[in-house]
Design a protein around this ligand. Structure first.
Ligand code: N01
Length: 505
């Protein structure tokens, strides 16, 4: 039995869900609810509160253009400030009354007759909605690595995305497993307080210095009083990052330039040749996410820090045993080992027309049309869907384009009183053939292992192009790409029609 019916159900109150809510309200659509499994907004920025957590994209670009913030304290902000930004958006746009906390979505099912989705919730009555926006994010589920003996370790186990703020690291012997974007931010902070830190590195990454400067009060004043100045600065960062795509997205001569700069940084920051050899990557820059940090290499050379590159064999009751037989004993182990990313499958069951199951269709890797819609699942949209990842620019630029596209589709549906919009399978197939072809020449498909690829090497994660191209493809909803089903005059059945000609409904 269902209790209510909504125009839009948004799943997740992170950056994407909140952004979608704001844009729906801007379009006069207020009949929506956000279902959030946690007890506060913020998504990944609520979860990632480890010491040193910060964004490696400049804040002026890692924010929505429709919600500029003249008050960013630094070029790159920390997680607390980003969370505050999200809170401010919620407050100033009046989003709070729409959020239903501790509502965990357990699945969504399409009712073709009614043209509505049933949103199933753990331990609660289901809710019906005409449209659904899946904004649950790819990095929502922290995962401990599958290391033998992990359950036998008796010390404190802490995942980077589930930080244990009650644990006092002062004077402790600590291990950090993983040297990805999270690990390189955590190590410099732990080195300041712990007795000793051993960093277990499986694959060294390409490191680019990150120069973080405070924003003076005079500059904040200018951004506040002259919004154009803020816009110009955002634009400058945008185009700066676009130029980096030449070396980071495509495996090209520019990639060698990025590598040369990174190696020069390694030579400048690390004097010991043995350590330099351990830290030198052996894959194309950009294949895994570039590590933007000026603090990681100095932290590794602190007296109380040691890099361990022997592979981990297993965890024991006291610590970590590496393959050459040494047992390293620790009070605590920090796992900066990433997330369970759903590159195949869906975050919860999604059942479309005729009982189609999206997880089954995506079992070999996810795909969608322009990353937002999937044929056979009408009125259902993804933010950060398949092949929407940026390697060189701000996720927020991509997210804003997705949100505006989705809100336009939903607005059209309402405006014309249609029952559904379902992307045409042939349009979707053509789009994905092109995406997969274009991915072949990118750095991500150049031979390294990363969370961007499925175990079979299928890239369901990244967009092979400039941010400009990604944004342009989402600039308008082209109705010819969709099968439109109109509500019948009595609103008790459906007429099928093709393209925009359905306007007679
Ligand atoms: O996770 P990761 P992350 N034994 O998967 C290692 C975003 N982010 O949390 O490279 C030993 O990148 C693994 O080794 P390897 C960003 O999108 C953004 O750091 O697989 N080691 C790797 O070193 C990023 O891409 C910001 O050989 C093991 C590390 O753990 C995403 O989050 C900041 C292991 C995992 O790296 C994830 O980053 C932080 C094992 N069994 C994060 N298993 C911004 O600033 C894994 N590893 C925006």
């Amino acid at each position: 039995m269902t209790t209510s019916s909504l125009s839009v159900a948004i799943i997740g109150a992170g950056f994407a869900g909140i952004g979608a809510a704001i844009r729906l309200k801007d379009q006069g659509i207020s009949d929506f609810a956000i279902f959030e499994r946690g007890t506060r907004v913020g998504g990944t920025w609520r979860d990632n509160t480890y010491p040193g957590a910060a964004c490696d994209i400049p804040s002026r670009l890692y924010s929505y253009s429709f919600a500029p913030n003249p008050d960013w304290s630094h070029t790159y902000s920390g997680s607390a400030e980003i969370l505050e930004y999200i809170d401010t958006m919620v407050e100033s746009a009046g989003i709070a009354p729409h959020i239903r906390f501790e509502h965990t979505v357990s699945g969504v099912e399409y009712d073709e007759q009614a043209g509505e989705w049933t949103v199933n919730l753990d331990g609660r009555e289901p809710v019906r909605a005409r449209s659904v926006i899946v904004a649950s994010g790819p990095l929502a589920n922290a995962s401990l690595p599958n290391i033998p003996g992990i359950e036998t370790y008796e010390g404190r186990k802490i995942h980077s995305a589930r930080w244990d703020h009650d644990y006092d690291f002062a004077g402790k012997k600590v291990a950090v497993v993983g040297t990805g974007a999270s690990g390189v931010q955590i190590v410099p902070e732990l080195v300041k307080v712990a007795k000793s830190v051993k960093v277990f590195q499986r694959t060294p990454g390409w490191v680019i210095p990150r120069v973080n400067t405070p924003t003076g009060s005079w500059l904040k004043r200018i951004y506040k009083d002259v919004p154009l100045a803020e816009k110009l600065m955002r634009s400058a960062w945008f185009w700066g990052h676009e130029s980096v795509a030449l070396g980071v997205v495509w495996d090209s001569p520019f990639t060698r330039v990025v590598e040369a700069l990174s190696l020069a940084n390694l030579r400048m920051q690390v004097k010991d040749p043995w350590l330099r050899r351990q830290l030198k990557p052996d894959f194309s820059a950009g294949c895994k996410r570039l590590l933007m940090t000026s603090d990681f290499y100095p932290a590794l050379q602190a007296d109380n820090c040691k890099l361990v590159t022997w592979p981990i064999a297993r965890l024991s009751a006291k610590g970590i045993r590496t393959v050459e037989g040494i047992e390293h004993q620790f009070d605590a182990i920090v796992f900066a080992t990433g997330f369970e990313v759903s590159k195949a499958g869906t975050p919860f069951p999604v059942v479309g027309i005729d009982g189609r199951n999206l997880a089954a269709e995506w079992s070999k890797g996810a795909y969608a049309y322009r990353s937002v819609a999937v044929s056979g699942y009408p009125n259902l949209y993804f933010t950060f869907g398949p092949n929407s990842g940026p390697g060189h620019s701000s996720a927020l630029v991509y997210m804003e384009a997705q949100i505006d596209y989705i809100v336009e589709a939903i607005s059209k549906l309402q405006q014309f009183g249609w029952k559904s919009l379902d992307v045409r399978p042939e349009v979707q197939a053509r789009y994905n053939k092109d995406i997969q072809q274009r991915l072949q020449s990118t750095t991500w498909n150049s031979g390294c292992q990363s969370w961007y690829l499925t175990d079979d090497g299928f890239n369901a994660t990244m967009f092979p192009g400039f941010a400009t191209q990604y944004v342009n493809q989402l600039r308008t909803v082209e109705l010819a790409d969709y099968k439109i089903t109109a509500a019948s005059r009595e609103d008790d059945g459906a007429e099928q029609s093709s393209g925009a000609s359905v306007l007679t409904a």
